[in-house]
Design a protein around this ligand. Sequence first.
Ligand code: NAP
Length: 482
Amino acid sequence: MNTPVFSNYIAGEWVDTGKYIENRNPANTDEIVGLHPKAVAADVEKAAAAAAGAFPKWAAMPGPARGAILYKTADILEHQFDSLGAEMTREEGKTLPEAKGEVRRAINIFRYYAGEGSRAGGILTPSERERVHTFAIRKPIGVVGLITPWNFPIAIPAWKIAPALICGNTIIVKPASVSPLSSWRIVEALHMAGVPKGVVNFLTGSGGELGGALVNAAPLKAISFTGSNEVGQWIHAEASRRRLRIQLEMGGKNPTIVLADADFNSAVENTVNAAFFSTGQKCTATSRVIVEDAIYPRFLEALISRTRKLKVGNGMEPGVDIGPCVDLGQLETVLKYIEIGRQEAGEPLVGGNRLTGGAHDKGFFVEPTIFAGVEEKMRIAQEEIFGPVLSVMRAKDFTDAMRIANNIPFGLSASIQTTNVSRVFDFVYGAEAGLLTVNLPSAGVEYQLPFGGTKDSSFGPKEQGPAAFDFYSDYKTVYLKY
Ligand code: NAP
């Protein structure tokens, strides 16, 4: 079969650079899913100029008309639902049901923001003065850069692209190099839906090489980034120099607290789901489970037994629970942390190895791994691993568990498993994280609510739901005497 070759999208044209990055299947590295162009700094400048040129007309278009294009985009994606899911499994490795769930979410995001085109209002309040009418309208920011990671290759681009466009901004999208196809499909759908030339621009290529050109592109007014802390900090420093509007969503080290009064079986299930599904490659995944002393041995035993039943393999196969790490680099990071874990906490109670033999030899598979007796100061309790590695920690009681949960630099998601309503509210008010779950896995969010973290995990306004408007639009306040 011929390898599909994809193009970049600048000023409404499909453009090629003649040099490519390979998009390989992490479950079968013999398979190249596609070739995507390697853009250079000059392409970023062209994309930025196109976006700047298209901005006035797009911003002036009535919101419902912009919404109609987003609705059509959602419909086109809906028609491709099955193939989009399969492509995502092949490029990112997550299981087919997980990939389809993510495609569903992207479609819902487009429909949600399409509707906002006829809904999003401003502020209307009475004036202190007689015969003065006061109101504030929302206006777009201008050209916005959107940089996305590999782990949710369609949902994250969707939750940046859709609100950016409905607010009237024009955009340059730069997806992660290891999984660019899913977001390319969104751009293709927008093109088919009739988005005007220059409103959407899409560039693949190395972030390290394109990042400087993008952050420094003269027309750029704002940048939304999701990815690692290291890159996020660099973008923050560069973009602050130019006083760009900045939104950063970065790493996590998310805790699940399990109290003795929890519904035991669902606490086990929620922990295993949050720690290992999607190969632990969710920013909201649980990487520390903090268990109350009274049930620690019993919970650990149940956790081990449930984890042993997980099937690791090619996500296209039915019955597989966990796919591969996304690429060799990520596999090596996970294996490095497993070695660190061995030195800090001793032999893992489950897993601890790369999976080899048969079809596993073709991919980046690693066993779901559990370390017990993990202490707060250990690196496996403090640093993001972004793989199927769970640290089990023991807490004396609820207060101790909360202290351990909050004793990290990150603050993305946190979960508690308990039937005590007072503990639930103590957790809700005391947990230092932006996304909280109660008696659910720490991962698994919905698009109609604000999304984002606190502490080192995030910077700037939240994403998704109505909160996205705080980043993608600005107020213009009017005082009108009649
Ligand atoms: P990454 O290495 O930081 O890459 C993210 C994006 O930034 C990619 O498109 C990458 O391009 C680009 N990039 C790299 N260097 C750049 C530079 N100097 N300037 C501009 N862009 C640059 O992160 P990742 O490995 O893809 O994703 C995993 C991380 O994302 C984890 O830390 C995870 O926690 C975080 N994450 C956070 C959230 C959240 O909402 N908080 C959600 C998902 C993931 P290339 O691919 O070409 O390098």
